[in-house]
Design a protein around this ligand. Structure first.
Ligand SMILES: [Mn+2]
Length: 323
Protein backbone atom coordinates (compact mmCIF):
# COMPACT_ATOMS: atom_id res chain seq x y z
CA UNK A 1 0.00 0.00 0.00
CA UNK A 2 2.63 2.54 1.11
CA UNK A 3 4.85 1.64 -1.81
CA UNK A 4 2.10 2.46 -4.29
CA UNK A 5 1.74 6.07 -3.15
CA UNK A 6 2.57 8.58 -5.87
CA UNK A 7 3.20 12.30 -6.22
CA UNK A 8 3.62 14.86 -3.46
CA UNK A 9 3.10 13.48 0.00
CA UNK A 10 2.30 14.97 3.38
CA UNK A 11 2.91 13.26 6.69
CA UNK A 12 0.96 14.62 9.67
CA UNK A 13 2.16 13.35 13.02
CA UNK A 14 1.70 13.87 16.73
CA UNK A 15 4.20 16.25 18.40
CA UNK A 16 5.35 13.80 21.09
CA UNK A 17 8.09 11.15 21.09
CA UNK A 18 5.76 8.49 19.69
CA UNK A 19 4.68 10.89 16.94
CA UNK A 20 8.17 11.94 15.83
CA UNK A 21 9.49 8.36 16.03
CA UNK A 22 6.52 7.18 13.96
CA UNK A 23 7.24 9.94 11.43
CA UNK A 24 10.92 8.97 11.28
CA UNK A 25 10.09 5.28 10.65
CA UNK A 26 7.74 6.21 7.81
CA UNK A 27 10.08 8.78 6.24
CA UNK A 28 12.99 6.34 6.36
CA UNK A 29 10.91 3.61 4.74
CA UNK A 30 9.62 6.00 2.08
CA UNK A 31 12.89 7.86 1.50
CA UNK A 32 12.50 7.53 -2.27
CA UNK A 33 9.30 9.61 -2.14
CA UNK A 34 8.70 13.35 -1.89
CA UNK A 35 7.13 13.83 1.55
CA UNK A 36 6.76 16.92 3.71
CA UNK A 37 6.07 16.37 7.42
CA UNK A 38 3.91 18.56 9.67
CA UNK A 39 2.53 18.44 13.17
CA UNK A 40 -0.76 20.25 13.92
CA UNK A 41 -0.76 23.42 16.01
CA UNK A 42 0.53 22.23 19.38
CA UNK A 43 -2.39 21.21 21.57
CA UNK A 44 -4.74 20.86 18.58
CA UNK A 45 -6.04 17.34 17.96
CA UNK A 46 -7.66 18.60 14.76
CA UNK A 47 -6.70 20.61 11.67
CA UNK A 48 -7.60 24.29 11.31
CA UNK A 49 -9.31 25.65 8.17
CA UNK A 50 -5.95 27.08 7.04
CA UNK A 51 -4.18 23.75 7.52
CA UNK A 52 -6.96 21.92 5.68
CA UNK A 53 -6.72 24.32 2.73
CA UNK A 54 -2.93 24.02 2.57
CA UNK A 55 -3.01 20.24 2.95
CA UNK A 56 -5.47 19.67 0.11
CA UNK A 57 -2.66 20.34 -2.37
CA UNK A 58 -1.06 16.94 -1.72
CA UNK A 59 -1.54 13.69 -3.64
CA UNK A 60 -1.31 11.53 -0.55
CA UNK A 61 -1.52 12.18 3.17
CA UNK A 62 -0.24 9.85 5.89
CA UNK A 63 -1.35 10.45 9.47
CA UNK A 64 0.63 8.95 12.32
CA UNK A 65 -0.20 8.68 16.01
CA UNK A 66 -3.19 11.02 15.82
CA UNK A 67 -6.92 10.41 15.82
CA UNK A 68 -7.92 13.47 13.79
CA UNK A 69 -11.67 14.13 13.48
CA UNK A 70 -13.41 12.13 10.78
CA UNK A 71 -14.53 15.34 9.01
CA UNK A 72 -10.87 16.42 8.68
CA UNK A 73 -9.96 13.03 7.23
CA UNK A 74 -12.82 13.06 4.74
CA UNK A 75 -11.90 16.59 3.62
CA UNK A 76 -8.32 15.46 2.97
CA UNK A 77 -9.56 12.32 1.23
CA UNK A 78 -11.44 14.38 -1.39
CA UNK A 79 -8.18 15.12 -3.22
CA UNK A 80 -5.69 12.70 -1.76
CA UNK A 81 -5.09 9.10 -0.86
CA UNK A 82 -5.17 8.98 2.95
CA UNK A 83 -3.51 6.42 5.21
CA UNK A 84 -3.78 6.47 9.01
CA UNK A 85 -1.50 4.60 11.43
CA UNK A 86 -2.66 4.98 15.01
CA UNK A 87 -3.44 3.39 18.34
CA UNK A 88 -5.76 5.99 19.91
CA UNK A 89 -9.42 5.28 20.52
CA UNK A 90 -12.03 6.51 18.10
CA UNK A 91 -14.24 5.25 15.28
CA UNK A 92 -12.83 3.22 12.40
CA UNK A 93 -12.85 5.51 9.36
CA UNK A 94 -13.86 3.08 6.63
CA UNK A 95 -13.50 5.55 3.76
CA UNK A 96 -9.68 5.50 4.01
CA UNK A 97 -6.87 3.08 4.89
CA UNK A 98 -7.06 3.04 8.69
CA UNK A 99 -4.52 0.82 10.40
CA UNK A 100 -5.32 0.83 14.11
CA UNK A 101 -5.28 -2.67 15.63
CA UNK A 102 -6.51 -1.30 18.98
CA UNK A 103 -9.87 -0.06 17.69
CA UNK A 104 -10.23 -3.21 15.61
CA UNK A 105 -10.32 -5.27 18.78
CA UNK A 106 -6.68 -6.24 19.35
CA UNK A 107 -5.19 -6.18 22.85
CA UNK A 108 -3.81 -2.64 23.48
CA UNK A 109 -1.01 -4.21 25.56
CA UNK A 110 0.34 -5.78 22.38
CA UNK A 111 0.19 -2.43 20.52
CA UNK A 112 1.36 0.18 23.05
CA UNK A 113 2.40 2.88 20.57
CA UNK A 114 1.96 4.05 16.99
CA UNK A 115 5.72 3.60 16.49
CA UNK A 116 5.35 -0.08 17.38
CA UNK A 117 2.36 -0.53 15.09
CA UNK A 118 4.21 1.14 12.19
CA UNK A 119 7.44 -0.76 12.80
CA UNK A 120 5.44 -3.98 12.83
CA UNK A 121 3.58 -3.00 9.66
CA UNK A 122 6.89 -2.24 7.92
CA UNK A 123 8.26 -5.62 9.11
CA UNK A 124 11.32 -3.89 10.60
CA UNK A 125 13.34 -5.51 13.37
CA UNK A 126 13.04 -3.99 16.86
CA UNK A 127 14.95 -0.71 16.91
CA UNK A 128 15.57 2.36 19.07
CA UNK A 129 12.78 4.44 17.50
CA UNK A 130 10.07 1.79 17.75
CA UNK A 131 10.99 1.41 21.41
CA UNK A 132 11.24 5.14 22.19
CA UNK A 133 7.65 5.60 20.99
CA UNK A 134 6.51 2.92 23.45
CA UNK A 135 8.50 4.49 26.29
CA UNK A 136 7.19 7.92 25.35
CA UNK A 137 3.56 6.91 25.74
CA UNK A 138 3.97 4.72 28.85
CA UNK A 139 7.20 5.69 30.61
CA UNK A 140 7.93 3.48 33.64
CA UNK A 141 4.47 1.92 33.53
CA UNK A 142 5.55 -0.21 30.58
CA UNK A 143 7.45 -2.31 33.11
CA UNK A 144 4.05 -3.72 34.20
CA UNK A 145 3.54 -5.00 30.66
CA UNK A 146 5.29 -8.39 30.74
CA UNK A 147 5.61 -8.68 26.96
CA UNK A 148 7.15 -5.25 26.49
CA UNK A 149 9.28 -5.13 29.62
CA UNK A 150 11.07 -8.16 28.18
CA UNK A 151 11.40 -6.65 24.71
CA UNK A 152 12.82 -3.44 26.22
CA UNK A 153 15.18 -5.23 28.63
CA UNK A 154 16.54 -7.38 25.82
CA UNK A 155 17.04 -4.29 23.68
CA UNK A 156 18.86 -2.49 26.51
CA UNK A 157 21.21 -5.44 27.06
CA UNK A 158 22.04 -5.76 23.37
CA UNK A 159 22.76 -2.06 23.06
CA UNK A 160 24.46 -1.46 26.37
CA UNK A 161 21.74 0.97 27.48
CA UNK A 162 19.70 1.33 30.66
CA UNK A 163 15.96 1.88 30.95
CA UNK A 164 16.74 5.35 32.35
CA UNK A 165 18.85 6.20 29.28
CA UNK A 166 15.78 5.50 27.14
CA UNK A 167 13.56 7.50 29.45
CA UNK A 168 16.00 10.43 29.29
CA UNK A 169 15.84 10.35 25.50
CA UNK A 170 12.04 10.56 25.74
CA UNK A 171 12.22 13.54 28.09
CA UNK A 172 14.69 15.30 25.79
CA UNK A 173 12.56 14.72 22.68
CA UNK A 174 9.34 15.70 24.46
CA UNK A 175 10.96 18.90 25.80
CA UNK A 176 10.35 20.39 22.37
CA UNK A 177 6.57 20.27 22.44
CA UNK A 178 6.46 21.15 26.11
CA UNK A 179 8.42 24.31 25.38
CA UNK A 180 6.30 24.97 22.27
CA UNK A 181 8.96 24.61 19.54
CA UNK A 182 6.91 23.38 16.56
CA UNK A 183 9.68 24.03 14.02
CA UNK A 184 12.12 21.86 15.97
CA UNK A 185 9.52 19.07 16.30
CA UNK A 186 9.04 18.97 12.54
CA UNK A 187 12.82 18.80 12.13
CA UNK A 188 13.32 15.87 14.54
CA UNK A 189 12.43 13.03 12.10
CA UNK A 190 15.05 14.45 9.68
CA UNK A 191 17.57 14.77 12.47
CA UNK A 192 16.96 11.10 13.35
CA UNK A 193 17.76 10.20 9.74
CA UNK A 194 21.20 11.78 10.21
CA UNK A 195 22.31 10.79 13.73
CA UNK A 196 24.96 8.15 14.41
CA UNK A 197 23.40 6.62 17.50
CA UNK A 198 21.48 7.29 20.72
CA UNK A 199 24.31 9.48 22.10
CA UNK A 200 23.34 12.17 19.60
CA UNK A 201 19.94 12.29 21.29
CA UNK A 202 21.28 12.24 24.84
CA UNK A 203 23.85 14.97 24.11
CA UNK A 204 21.62 17.36 22.15
CA UNK A 205 22.47 20.65 23.84
CA UNK A 206 19.32 22.55 22.84
CA UNK A 207 17.05 19.80 24.22
CA UNK A 208 19.09 19.59 27.42
CA UNK A 209 18.61 23.35 27.95
CA UNK A 210 14.85 22.92 27.36
CA UNK A 211 14.77 20.25 30.06
CA UNK A 212 16.39 22.42 32.70
CA UNK A 213 13.88 25.17 32.04
CA UNK A 214 10.91 22.78 32.11
CA UNK A 215 12.03 20.97 35.25
CA UNK A 216 12.19 24.32 37.06
CA UNK A 217 8.65 25.13 35.91
CA UNK A 218 7.29 21.67 36.82
CA UNK A 219 8.77 21.89 40.33
CA UNK A 220 7.25 25.35 40.75
CA UNK A 221 3.78 24.09 39.72
CA UNK A 222 4.00 20.91 41.81
CA UNK A 223 4.63 23.02 44.90
CA UNK A 224 1.13 24.53 44.55
CA UNK A 225 -1.45 22.89 46.82
CA UNK A 226 -3.26 19.66 45.84
CA UNK A 227 -6.79 19.16 47.19
CA UNK A 228 -8.45 15.79 47.79
CA UNK A 229 -12.16 15.40 46.96
CA UNK A 230 -13.74 11.95 47.53
CA UNK A 231 -10.40 10.21 47.01
CA UNK A 232 -9.68 12.21 43.86
CA UNK A 233 -6.60 14.44 43.82
CA UNK A 234 -7.32 17.85 42.35
CA UNK A 235 -4.87 20.57 41.32
CA UNK A 236 -5.07 23.92 39.54
CA UNK A 237 -2.01 25.26 37.72
CA UNK A 238 -1.27 28.29 35.52
CA UNK A 239 1.52 27.79 32.99
CA UNK A 240 2.22 28.60 29.32
CA UNK A 241 4.13 25.34 28.92
CA UNK A 242 2.58 22.05 27.88
CA UNK A 243 3.30 20.22 31.12
CA UNK A 244 -0.20 19.29 32.31
CA UNK A 245 0.21 15.63 31.32
CA UNK A 246 3.60 15.40 33.08
CA UNK A 247 2.20 16.99 36.21
CA UNK A 248 -0.87 14.73 36.20
CA UNK A 249 1.28 11.63 35.70
CA UNK A 250 3.62 12.60 38.49
CA UNK A 251 0.81 13.18 40.98
CA UNK A 252 -1.19 10.10 39.94
CA UNK A 253 1.72 7.67 39.84
CA UNK A 254 3.28 8.86 43.07
CA UNK A 255 -0.02 8.77 44.99
CA UNK A 256 -1.71 5.83 43.25
CA UNK A 257 -4.89 7.94 43.26
CA UNK A 258 -7.18 9.25 40.55
CA UNK A 259 -5.98 12.73 39.62
CA UNK A 260 -7.50 15.76 37.91
CA UNK A 261 -5.44 18.80 36.90
CA UNK A 262 -6.67 22.08 35.38
CA UNK A 263 -4.31 24.46 33.58
CA UNK A 264 -5.68 27.97 33.12
CA UNK A 265 -2.54 29.34 31.45
CA UNK A 266 -2.15 27.64 28.04
CA UNK A 267 -5.04 29.15 26.03
CA UNK A 268 -6.61 32.61 26.47
CA UNK A 269 -10.24 31.50 26.36
CA UNK A 270 -9.97 27.81 27.23
CA UNK A 271 -8.74 25.67 30.10
CA UNK A 272 -6.92 22.38 29.78
CA UNK A 273 -8.35 19.57 31.91
CA UNK A 274 -6.38 16.36 32.33
CA UNK A 275 -7.42 13.22 34.22
CA UNK A 276 -5.67 9.97 35.07
CA UNK A 277 -7.83 7.28 36.58
CA UNK A 278 -8.06 3.60 37.37
CA UNK A 279 -11.72 3.77 36.27
CA UNK A 280 -12.33 3.52 32.50
CA UNK A 281 -12.55 7.10 31.21
CA UNK A 282 -13.94 6.24 27.78
CA UNK A 283 -17.54 7.22 28.70
CA UNK A 284 -16.33 10.64 29.86
CA UNK A 285 -14.28 11.12 26.67
CA UNK A 286 -17.50 10.48 24.74
CA UNK A 287 -19.34 12.85 27.08
CA UNK A 288 -16.77 15.60 26.50
CA UNK A 289 -17.09 15.18 22.75
CA UNK A 290 -20.88 15.27 23.02
CA UNK A 291 -20.57 18.59 24.84
CA UNK A 292 -18.53 19.84 21.88
CA UNK A 293 -15.15 19.96 23.62
CA UNK A 294 -11.85 18.90 22.17
CA UNK A 295 -11.53 15.73 24.13
CA UNK A 296 -9.47 12.61 23.70
CA UNK A 297 -7.47 9.96 25.45
CA UNK A 298 -7.37 6.33 26.32
CA UNK A 299 -8.93 4.09 28.98
CA UNK A 300 -6.81 5.57 31.77
CA UNK A 301 -6.33 9.12 30.44
CA UNK A 302 -8.63 11.97 29.48
CA UNK A 303 -7.42 15.26 28.06
CA UNK A 304 -9.81 18.04 27.17
CA UNK A 305 -9.88 21.68 26.27
CA UNK A 306 -12.95 23.42 27.61
CA UNK A 307 -14.24 27.02 27.32
CA UNK A 308 -13.33 28.72 30.60
CA UNK A 309 -16.96 29.37 31.55
CA UNK A 310 -17.73 25.62 31.28
CA UNK A 311 -14.73 24.32 33.22
CA UNK A 312 -16.49 24.10 36.58
CA UNK A 313 -19.48 22.13 35.26
CA UNK A 314 -17.37 19.60 33.33
CA UNK A 315 -15.03 19.16 36.29
CA UNK A 316 -18.06 18.48 38.50
CA UNK A 317 -19.26 15.80 36.05
CA UNK A 318 -15.81 14.21 36.15
CA UNK A 319 -15.75 14.23 39.93
CA UNK A 320 -19.23 12.64 40.08
CA UNK A 321 -18.18 9.97 37.57
CA UNK A 322 -15.00 9.11 39.44
CA UNK A 323 -16.65 8.88 42.89
MN1 LIG B 1 1.11 7.43 20.71
Amino acid sequence: MLEELQGNGLLIHHWDTDGVCSAYLLLKHLSNKDIKNKTPGLGNYFLTENELTEYQAFDFVIIADMALPKENILTLAKNAKVMIFDHHLGPVIKEVFHHNPVIKGEDPNKYPSASWIINDYLKNPVNLFAILGVLGDHEKRIQNNSLFSKIINDFCKENNLTFDDLLNMVFLIDSNYKIGDKVEIENIPHLFLKIKDHNDILNNSKWNKNLTLLNDEISKQLEKPTEEIDGLLFKKIHTQYSIISTITRKIAWESGKNTLVINTGFFDDMDEIYVRSSKNLEPMIQRGKLLGYRCGGKKEVLGSIVPKEQTDSFVQELIDYLK
